[in-house]
Design a protein around this ligand. Sequence first.
Ligand SMILES: NC(=O)C1=CN([C@@H]2O[C@H](COP(=O)(O)OP(=O)(O)OC[C@H]3O[C@@H](n4cnc5c(N)ncnc54)[C@H](OP(=O)(O)O)[C@@H]3O)[C@@H](O)[C@H]2O)C=CC1
Ligand SMILES: Nc1nc2c(ncn2[C@@H]2O[C@H](COP(=O)(O)O)[C@@H](O)[C@H]2O)c(=O)[nH]1
Ligand SMILES: [K+]
Length: 479
Amino acid sequence: MRFLDGHRPANDLTYDDVFLLPNRSDVESRFDVDLSTVDGTGTTIPIVVANMTAVAGRRMAETVARRGGLVVLPQDVDPAAVAGITEWVKGRHPVWDTPLVLTGGDAVADALNLVGKRAHGAVVVVDGEGRPAGIVDEAACAGVDRFTRLADIAEPVLVTCSLETPAREVFDMLHARGAKLAVGVDGDGRLAGVLTAIGALRADIYTPALDDQGALRIAAAVGVNGDVAAKAEAVLEAGVDVLVVDTAHGHQDKMFTALKAVRSVSPSVPVVAGNVVTAEGTRDLIDAGADVVKVGVGPGAMCTTRMMTGVGRPQFSAVADCAAAARALGKHVWADGGIRHPRDVALALAAGASAAMVGSWFAGTHESPGDLRYDENGRPYKESFGMASKRAVGARTRSDDAFDRARKALFEEGISSSKMHLDPARPGVEDLLDSIGSGVRSSFTYAGARNIEEFHERAVLGVQSAAGFAEGRPLPSGW
Ligand SMILES: NC(=O)C1=CN([C@@H]2O[C@H](COP(=O)(O)OP(=O)(O)OC[C@H]3O[C@@H](n4cnc5c(N)ncnc54)[C@H](OP(=O)(O)O)[C@@H]3O)[C@@H](O)[C@H]2O)C=CC1
Ligand SMILES: Nc1nc2c(ncn2[C@@H]2O[C@H](COP(=O)(O)O)[C@@H](O)[C@H]2O)c(=O)[nH]1
Ligand SMILES: [K+]
């Protein structure tokens, strides 16, 4: 990465401050770009989902790993629940989506409760043997009594096939029969998965993030307090592939003790630690055993740290400085927080990150754990909140005594409630991954890069004014 002549900045910069220049390129197609990361976490796209309660749960973990990313379960999830989620995620099919299942005797109200949980937007009705008997989508539920039995409104299944059917064949069958959903069955004809046309297309484009046994990958966070070794041991025992040691101020002694504890449990598991924003912090965490350093203090959408403390650093410069320090030691950084557009991911990679960590943006999707709500204008949204907010701290300290809880509640550095609207054109996390992936692939070909390393080497950046940034925004309703 280098700055355009004369653009070497005197002050620190964030994503909006910088732009990328096109270079002469010999990369002929955006499909010639390889987005896989080389940081040892096994991802095939440079996207990690932040360990936030409002964002990272089991549906998110399954869906994002199927597209090659990684989801970090929050430190607040207790080890028994981490084990349950991990077993469930690893039991999911790497190509076929998990169906929403009801029986013919269930009511439309049951279907409407479930249908928002998955972006494919339909419930499969099964018989007593678990064999598919029909499909009910939101359109089929419109205008009928909520007590209507699903057997009375289910549409016939138009495409049924084995899970081994190549994705492209599934796509062609759906297209030929004008069907929205293919139903995958096992050898006994029992329901085993569903696939939409876009799902089949994605199966062709993406490579799932898989462990050595061919199961989807997952990560989990541990904090720096309590018996870190015991917690780390428990989540590794549960089969978690990557461990994230996470605290607001990662450059502190408690972190070094925690990393020592984690390394005593497993010298080999990929360990991510943070957060820091300095080269010195990066080097110290790597010396203490981190493979990847998580960079970002204050850029997060739910984060009030900079307003409360004045501490932090504009994220582009933080990532660039820490990435240079990590790279000098053969290690990596994740750019954590402040990702709001596909361009931000491209800029984080240009700055030298191996992946970008996304939280709030993905809270507004079908796959985040929260309930789907509607605002006063009828727009769907999910609630999000910060992990250092009163709400999250209250939940995390539930088992402490009242006095300790009250003490900890004093240090609030996040917002407790925000509305993250679902984008009507991109309501599922996979839609957002498509959008990021296409933006970043295109960015790479503008730079003449075939992979993340080449992109970092070739990226030429300039510094822009607020007007320069504003010029780049689309103006859908004129000016
Ligand atoms: N990236 C970011 O900008 C930030 C992220 N977060 C996220 O919020 C979650 C909770 O993190 P965290 O608040 O660290 O809670 P943790 O439960 O991880 O505990 C933090 C520990 O560090 C001690 N500590 C010392 N100085 C600080 C400080 N300035 N801020 C916070 N703790 C400090 C605390 O002691 P004591 O309580 O006695 O002071 C406590 O023992 C994490 O997921 C974290 O990533 C939170 C803030 C900023
Ligand atoms: N200062 C705080 N930072 C927080 C809090 N909750 C999460 N975070 C950080 O934000 C990123 C995600 O950033 P986003 O812009 O994608 O939402 C997350 O990984 C944490 O590092 C908080 O309460 N306070
Ligand atoms: K912020």
